[in-house]
Design a protein. Structure first.
Length: 284
């Protein structure tokens, strides 16, 4: 065999080996913008090491035998320098800084027929404030388990509203859109995007039928406006398990899934965790 053909064969073997070792998912790409994510590769990670971003706990995850810290960047974050801090079990710390850039989010104007969903009455306000407590508790839920961040789409369909839009309901400004809306017919199954445990499920004034799933290390996903809830708090889900169905309950203009993801209370754009495998997905 000539050296040249040996080299060709060797490179084929190398290519095959690389294909075989390619993970089904890659580590999510970092997006250093408001509503984005910051990711830090941890060269040597030991349990009891704590990693913070902007002095908030991060989500530690393992991917292909390597450890990473994931932080959500708040939608309200100002552009500038932010710090990851690694606090080792022996108390020593390491710090590294990243630059968060600006991102402009568009406006969205929606007309809601049920005016009480935009201007709630006194009775509604009482309900809303008690629900706020439940939402806060779910958002800040913490379990030590390391999450699997290889998310799948909970539902497939056109994206009817992206994350971060400045929202006006009946021409009144409300909170920006903190999730991703995926349009699908009422009754379409909603699947758990990754393993997790249900921590909250119920009927909420604005969100309609809603479920929160804890994936571990502060990574939590939520599903709103469901027609049907098939799970209850404490249920353990595997990726792909059905947790309910798409509906139009709460403050909506039509049937869709409102899907939101947060890490340690910071809601970020779910598209950064989802695989880009939905070629039909587009803003309508
Ligand atoms: Zn939504």
């Amino acid at each position: 065999m000539t050296f040249k053909s040996f080299k060709a064969i060797a490179s084929i073997f190398l290519a095959l080996a690389m294909t075989a070792s390619l993970p089904a998912h890659a580590v999510p790409e970092q997006a250093l913008v408001p509503g984005g994510i910051a990711i830090l590769a941890l060269n040597s990670y030991k349990p009891n090491t704590s990693v913070t971003f902007d002095d908030r706990k991060t989500t530690i995850f393992k991917h292909d035998n390597a450890w990473y810290a994931l932080a959500g960047i708040p939608l309200k974050a100002k552009p500038g320098r932010y710090q990851f801090k690694i606090i080792q079990p022996d108390g020593s710390t390491l710090a590294t800084k990243v630059d968060v850039k600006q991102k402009k989010y568009e406006e969205q104007h929606l007309t809601i027929k049920n005016r009480r969903k935009v201007n709630p009455n006194e009775e509604d306000m009482k309900r809303i404030s008690s629900e706020r407590e439940r939402k806060r508790a779910a958002k800040n839920h913490w379990t030590e388990d390391y999450p699997d961040i290889d998310f799948i789409w909970p539902v497939t369909g056109p994206i009817s509203s992206i994350y971060g839009l400045r929202r006006f309901f009946n021409e009144q400004e409300r909170n920006p859109h903190n999730g991703l809306d995926i349009a699908a017919p009422e009754g379409t199954d909603i699947r758990a995007p990754a393993d997790g445990t249900v921590i909250e499920a119920g009927d909420f004034f604005f969100s309609g039928n809603m479920v929160y799933v804890d994936h571990g290390q502060g990574l939590i996903s939520l599903y709103a406006h469901m027609s049907r809830i098939d799970v209850k708090p404490g249920d353990v889900l595997r990726r792909g398990d059905i947790l309910g169905a798409v509906g139009q309950t709460g403050r909506v203009t039509g049937a869709h899934l409102h899907f939101a993801v947060m890490t340690n209370g910071i809601l970020f754009d779910p598209l950064y965790l989802l695989p880009g495998q939905q070629p039909t997905a587009q803003l309508q």
